[in-house]
Design a protein around this ligand. Structure first.
Ligand code: CTP
Ligand code: ZN
Length: 154
């Protein structure tokens, strides 16, 4: 008999980022600064069938929990992602990422003439006009940022 399923191992301690919008697993890897050269087990799965989302990506990172800034960046690209914290093989915390209505300091305005890009210490500020497809409006110049503008910065 041929085995039709290959089960991806559970992790012992770390974080499972699940329900990532298809096509964004590698962006999540980048946001987390994972190079694969530091030893910990990292599992990446793409285009997994999902009833809720049609298809999804997933990233499992052994031995690491995420910083809130990393979670905010993931939320920009994958607003349906869930962050599962695993300790001793059990999911001890499950949190859906949440995009706040105002985003400060996570990304820069793509308009070079924007005052938030000047030498003045002005924190970038955007209003989330739409989550998917992403649409952010700069508080200072009104420039509309889309997902591609955000991706360039990660
Ligand atoms: N997971 C893992 N290692 C563990 C525990 C969970 O890799 N030790 C993974 C599971 O494979 C799953 C995700 O983490 O992809 C969430 O697992 P779980 O909390 O058991 O919830 P599910 O009911 O599978 O997922 P959902 O969030 O869709 O309810
Ligand atoms: Zn601007």
């Amino acid at each position: 008999m041929t085995k039709k399923t290959l089960r991806v191992s559970k992790i012992k301690n770390g974080t499972v980022i699940d329900h990532i919008t298809s096509g964004h697993a590698l962006d999540v890897i980048k946001i987390l600064g994972i190079t694969g050269r530091t030893g910990g087990v990292v599992t990446v799965a793409m285009n997994i069938p999902s009833q809720k989302l049609g298809g999804k990506d997933m990233v499992k990172v052994e031995g690491r929990e995420l910083k809130s800034e990393e979670v905010d960046k993931i939320a920009l690209l994958a607003p349906h992602a869930t962050i599962n914290i695993v300790r001793d093989y059990k999911t001890v915390e499950k949190q859906r990422v949440k995009l706040p209505s105002v985003i400060r300091g996570i990304v820069n305005c793509a308009n070079p003439a924007c005052v938030s890009n000047s030498d003045e210490p002005i924190q970038s500020t955007f209003y989330v006009e739409r989550e998917e497809p992403l649409r952010l409006k700069c508080h200072y110049c009104g420039y509309i940022m889309e997902k591609k503008d955000v991706l360039k910065q990660f």
